[in-house]
Design a protein around this ligand. Sequence first.
Ligand SMILES: Nc1ncnc2c1ncn2[C@@H]1O[C@H](COP(=O)(O)OP(=O)(O)OP(=O)(O)O)[C@@H](O)[C@H]1O
Length: 866
Amino acid sequence: MTDTAPADVAAPSSGRTTLQLLRSLGSGPRGLTEAEAERRLARHGENVLPGTRPLSWPLLAARSLRDPFTVVLLCLGLVSATVAAWGTACVILVLVAVSCCLRSAGERRADSAMAGLRELVATTATVLRRPGADETASPAEHELPVSQLVPGDVVRLGPGDLIPADVRLLRAQGLTVQQAAFTGESVPADKRPVDVPADGESAHLCFQGGSVASGSASAVVLATGAGTRFAAAHRTVGAERGASAFDRSVHGISWTLIRFMLLTPPLVLMAGAALRGRGLETLPFAVAVAVGLTPEMLPVIVTTALARGSALLARTHGVIVKRLPALHDIGAVDILCVDKTGTLTQDRPAVDPARTDPDALHWAAVSAWWTLQLADLPTADALDEAVITHALAKDPAVTEAYDGITALPFDPVRRLATAVVRRPGALGTVTLAVKGSVENVLERCALDDAERASLLARAAEMSGDGLRLLAVATAERPARHRPGILPSPSGGGGSTADERGLTFTGFVAFTDALVPTAAQALRDLGERGVTVKVITGDHPGTAARALRDLGLAPGDIHTADALDALTDEELARLARRTTVFARCTPAHKARIVTALRAGGETTVGFLGDGVNDLPALRAADVGICPRDAVAAARDAADIVLAQPADRPGKDLTAIGHAITAGRHSSGNIATYLRVTLSSNLGNVIAMLSAGLLLPFLPMLPAQVLAQNLCFDAAQLSFAFDRPAAAALRRPTTLRPRDFLRFITGFGVLNAAADLATFGVLALALRSTAGPADEAAFHSGWFTENLLTQALVMLLLRTGRAPRTPGPVRWAVTSLAVVGVVLPLTPAAHPLGMTPLPPVYYALLAAVLALYAVALTAVKRRYVRQA
Ligand SMILES: Nc1ncnc2c1ncn2[C@@H]1O[C@H](COP(=O)(O)OP(=O)(O)OP(=O)(O)O)[C@@H](O)[C@H]1O
């Protein structure tokens, strides 16, 4: 067998017939043999996108150099080298090297941990393979990891499936494909086999990155992995989503700081020149002060805190975070939109015989059965399965009483499914069996207004009792019109002329139990400051009843058809005050989520499990799905609530655990930012003031950078901290303006402590004079700086002191020890420091005690006001 290069065969303008193509791929409608597939796997490699492989060390290191802080540090290093301040330049280089190494190591660890987690929720494809090397054996369907697909494989596709590679259709029934990840187009596209495709035609091709919105198909794989269009376009689902809450926060904070950093050196130079008549010789000091402001460990802390949180979440609650920043985003979520079916309810519908019309059940079963057979659907959806099971239990012959002719499977935009059947022997006529949502079926029935209104009222009453409904209708048509029966509807919904003038048959009613943990989970979310909104494709009455049973007030319910007339701004206002949106198509769900996100003030999560939730999962800041969601939803989601096998059933409380983990990690990042920035700002203010009062520099550049390095290293421990319970009670968003008040308040306090030390030093060193005075001053300030920083680390954490975790305690102790001991060691001399008189330590202890008292008092006030 031979197979052509994937890139060749993917060309849509190949003009080859399906048969020619299959031949050129060395395949056939019955797929490949296992032996041949193995050979091709060795030749083409696994079907994985290049971007999903862990990056190599050099690439990771190169990427960390692109970080804005690193770029600014390197520029400052360059400035120092230009004025021959080699010491400063070297220390900056060491700083950059250390932070890049730590960052690359952290990212590599995080990448492989994330790859392991993603593996746990990896998607599979239904593939036809023949056993061994036997060309004559019958093919069997196998559920294989998508990574194992090779060109020439024949795959089966059904609603909610991912398009696992670039494929060409062999057969299709009502197939529509959501290709937003590829084309940006949110309306699903119609797809059908074309025997001899014209140039530029692509209706017969489906590309990796898409997902089946409705219908079914079998298709042959043309290209896999790096050979797919998706890989070539270098686009990922995440990239097309726009800035998430995490990106906005970190980006905002970074740029605020960078502006400060860039302003500092000119400010120091100007102040030195104006007040002390100093020239360019102050430049290294000015550069060191700017470097002192940099939170260069921010990327390391962020990666470590998020990776630790994700790993712990997976281990303890089986929740899989597929994209690291999504852990921050879920902690920041203040609006969580959820679909109803399969999320708040079990999606295990059972027919309610007492409220079901027997005729409707009969025709619904005929429609469901023949749709399943004719459309080659890999699995029945839950409603169809319930209908078939119940009808077969009542009448085992129900499915044999007819021959199926053609079918149009369910599609969440049309909200209809239609099968065309014929009674054996009745050659002159065929019967259309149509089932779907109440409104969509009734509008196609031959009814007068009064009849329609009365049926709608009956449906509303049943929905109000919490029942899910299918409306069923039929129509007899002359068989000779068969070619006109059920032309393919458009991807945007649409209707066919055949589905007009139907005879209403009745309703099939279903009960669908609520997820047992849903009420508790919704209560918890409310208590944690998360507003829940329900966006469902179901009837408003059913949605309202479910919400009431879960203890939430549904308020005014809006149905999606009323939204189309609204502008985005009007929709955003409406969405903020509405709890339930019903009868939503996939596009409506996404539009509501986008409207809620508009303005960037709220962080919106979307929790959904079905094929009708895909666009909304992608539109949200963070997409979440339960573990039994359809493959495409699991692929589009950032977080999968896939609890361990020993905890069966849906567990919505897992979302609470994910939120806690997100807030925990973000809380630790916030602690780092508060501590490092307020301390750094205090140092800068103190150094600037002292620099203007003293005849010499208050600290040598090397000393500034050495203490910066020690402080940064100690603060890495914040990735292992435990924030206060209060920090977990509200959404945690890292907003620059929230930090500003804290940083300025505590920065000034820190500067006051530094300046008090300045007085203490003046007192303790009264007797000495000359250069020794300068070195002693530097030592004194170095020791004080590290001790105040240790104090700040301990007191400005949000967690309570007795519960300070081991790593933080160790880091604080080590920082204090280095501060006290370094000036007494041989390393003191090269750093321009000298031992201090004992009286200094006594006075310093008094300053530190006062500082601790002030810090505690101000922090208490701050917490009270927050
Ligand atoms: N297989 C089916 N055949 C015919 N009609 C169906 C089928 N499945 C669902 N429907 C009808 O379409 C309506 C909308 O279904 P859709 O899948 O969009 O939303 P849902 O699953 O009810 O709700 P949610 O959006 O909360 O998951 C249902 O209320 C039902 O009346």
